[in-house]
Design a protein around this ligand. Structure first.
Ligand SMILES: C[S@@+](CC[C@H](N)C(=O)[O-])C[C@H]1O[C@@H](n2cnc3c(N)ncnc32)[C@H](O)[C@@H]1O
Length: 319
């Protein structure tokens, strides 16, 4: 499944996805410590802060420095003990855990925010011509322009196939390499044109925009999103107090698979082969699943916010 978060819509850009379900599963109580590891515009944080009823702490994390004014407004409005830590959640959560900081509820709402997509100059959208950038952290070294102009054909095809599930990955990679030999890519519009020319005509008019998958793949590669998630999950688990809750919203199957496997593995006890007479691994479950299957947005939510279409929520409690 591919996300439709790259599509523009008229929906309110700050509507938090699966908000009621996140609140129900995280079940935040007054006096607790909440970590919003993907603060964005603070939509979820505002709701969770409401559940603290004026008592408790909020740690907000985001790698994008442009969210800071949203955090400042959030802090002023809630009056809570809140702090903003800018950085990759994989790094920040690991440091917090190592420093003994503990949390009762942790949320990861993955991917890009509507705010980032709507800021044309960030280059996340295939719908508007912009510089080829796509960095969530504008200070990061790698941007989409470098990948498109410097990675070799096979690497490009692998990225498009793996992160975008793009059928025509090889054809598109080949067309990119040919085009850049004449003139390097600078703008998203040039890439969209090259993609359209590389794929068979009927595919140009198929499901969704023909550049949707390649743009998703580039965004994941630029921001190393899967590696960040893989490192963040154990750090989040370490930070949780017993009884603490972790909720993760993902927007494509690769992320969801990582989350599902992690939660399932940590919720499992003994891993000894079934024919062992006694347990020798000694493994105890660390988590209890709060969601057996991923929670999807309701039809009502999709009517109100089509950008939520590919969202899947999983949650667990530390035992
Ligand atoms: C979908 S938005 C979150 C929206 C937020 N829940 C709200 O209600 O406004 C995802 C946010 O997470 C940030 N983000 C994504 N990956 C990150 C990472 N590895 N480390 C830190 N922030 C990250 C993005 O910059 C973006 O602001």
């Amino acid at each position: 499944m591919l996300p439709n978060v790259l599509q523009r819509s008229g929906a309110d850009p700050h509507v938090p996805v699966l908000a009621d379900e996140v609140r129900r599963l995280l079940a935040v109580q007054p006096g607790e410590t909440v970590v919003d590891a993907t603060f964005g515009a603070g939509g979820h944080a505002r709701l969770l802060a409401g559940d603290l009823r004026g008592r408790g702490k909020v740690v907000a994390i985001d790698r994008d420095p442009t969210v800071k004014p949203y955090f400042d407004r959030f802090k002023a409005a809630t009056g809570l003990d809140a702090r903003f830590l800018r950085g990759d959640f994989a790094v920040v959560l690991t440091q917090l855990a190592a420093n003994g900081v503990r949390a009762d509820a942790i949320l990861l709402d993955l991917g890009v925010s509507s705010m980032q997509i709507d800021r044309v100059e960030r280059g996340f959208s295939y719908a508007t011509d912009a510089p080829l950038d796509m960095r969530m952290d504008p200070a990061a070294e790698l941007d989409a322009r470098q990948i498109v102009n410097q990675w070799d054909e096979r690497e490009l095809a692998t990225v498009f196939r793996r992160y975008g599930e793009e059928r025509y990955a090889r054809q598109i990679a080949r067309a990119i390499v040919r085009r850049r030999a004449v003139e390097p890519f600078e703008r998203s519009g040039e890439l969209v044109d090259t993609i359209k020319r590389a794929i068979p005509t009927p595919a140009r008019f198929g499901e969704g925009h023909p550049a949707k998958r390649v743009f998703q793949a580039l965004r994941i590669a630029v921001n190393d999103e899967l590696a960040a998630l893989e490192a963040a999950l154990p750090a989040a688990l370490e930070m949780l107090r017993p009884g603490g809750r972790l909720a993760v919203i993902s927007f494509h199957s690769l992320e969801d698979r990582l989350v599902k496997r992690f939660l399932r593995d940590r919720a499992r006890g003994c891993t000894c082969p079934p024919d062992f007479p006694v347990c020798v691994c000694g493994k105890e479950p660390e988590l209890r699943l709060l969601t057996r299957k991923a929670v999807r947005p309701s039809a009502h939510e999709l009517d109100e916010n089509p950008r939520a279409a590919s969202a899947r929520l999983r949650a667990a409690v530390k035992v």
